[in-house]
Design a protein around this ligand. Structure first.
Ligand SMILES: [Zn+2]
Length: 129
């Protein structure tokens, strides 16, 4: 289901939105917190510049708000509806979930944000490969 050429592939793997061949990040693991915002400047495969304009990725904060709410709602449904937890325990579960997934949410939000602006280009993927 998840193939190169699908926006979801780039969003979930953090690969270049144009060619899907290279990771945008210096360190692929978002849980190495010190490196979480370190991105390569350009794709080494197709040359796409990731930071389209200065402070481009500030926009990703709006996306992370939406992604964060989605995680909170999902946790609420799982804890409160499925496990019949009390409200206070549900609240704690939401906080814990947010903390655990925060690095993932930050990365995914950036990936979603750049995928709004850069389209997959099969020709870019073929260059050099
Ligand atoms: Zn690329």
């Amino acid at each position: 289901m998840l193939k190169k050429g699908n926006k979801l592939y780039s969003i979930l793997t953090g690969t270049c939105p144009k060619c899907h061949e290279e990771s945008m990040y210096e360190d692929k693991n978002p849980y190495h917190i010190g490196n979480i915002f370190k991105m390569n400047e350009r794709c080494s495969h197709c040359g796409t510049k990731y930071k389209i304009e200065p402070s481009f990725f500030y926009g990703a904060m709006y996306v992370s708000y939406g992604v964060g709410v989605a995680f909170a709602v999902a946790t609420f449904i799982i804890a409160f509806v499925m496990f019949k937890a009390t409200l206070i325990n549900t609240f704690i579960a939401i906080i814990v979930t947010m903390i655990i997934f925060m690095p993932f949410i930050i990365r995914v939000s950036r990936n979603i944000w750049i995928n709004f602006f850069v389209k997959y280009d099969p020709k870019a993927a073929k260059v050099n490969s």
